[in-house]
Design a binder for this molecule. Sequence first.
Ligand code: ATP
Length: 253
Amino acid sequence: MIELDGLEVAHRLAPLSLRWEQPALVALIGPNGSGKSTLLHAAGGVLPARGKVLIESTDLLALDVRAAAHIRAMLPQRLPHLISMPTQEVVRLGLCVHGASESAALPVWQHLMARLELTPLLARDFTLLSGGEQQRVLIAKTMLQIWPTLNPAARLLLLDEPLAGLDWHHQLQVLALLRELVEAGIHVICALHDFNLALGHADALVCLQHGTLVRAGAMTQLDGTLLADVFKVQTRKLQADGLQLYLPIGITL
Ligand SMILES: Nc1ncnc2c1ncn2[C@@H]1O[C@H](COP(=O)(O)OP(=O)(O)OP(=O)(O)O)[C@@H](O)[C@H]1O
């Protein structure tokens, strides 16, 4: 069970309460500036906030950063200040939190390197990789931190637009890894701007507008009315393989 209980950031996020009984892939959507990053940072305990983030009976916000890092991992939207170092050392930072040995981590390491196609990049300087390559490296590092076979305490993964800058192939690779994590018991909250990817892959929806929760629940809540009212876009509904998709065709005023 994961619960955001009255989570609030002064002037940026109105108090919101949400609860999920089972691990799920939650799509966090909202227009630019609606508070998605604010919610993720607050839930991760890296931005001062009121309220609680309950994981079973533990309040994540009452833990110090090191203890919290055993339970949750977070991928921010912007790259941290880049320092010149080999890419493999960046990935390896994901192991520091739980301290799994490299031999214990090897199967997971190999799995992530293969799925994210990072092996040819490992010896290169991280700062010289392309934006999408750097993003895949940081996703691997973040996943190593909370991969359940390496870190059994891990419960929550917070991702701020992890698919931004990735090509379709790598977007789908990342979504497949997120599904693996959900099936292994990790609750994933993922800010996304691509509604069709959300419809195809997420289990549940959270939508913010002006720092306020406007919808939450099943993915069927993501519909043409929401896209018109909150995102100010006119859409055409499409059906593909039983999936409802939306094509943007104009803006609403
Ligand atoms: N450090 C800060 N101090 C004050 N206000 C901030 C700060 N960071 C963000 N904001 C404001 O908080 C609001 C929510 O920003 P946030 O980054 O959470 O939006 P978002 O939904 O993630 O947007 P985007 O889709 O553009 O990434 C915005 O109005 C933003 O200007």
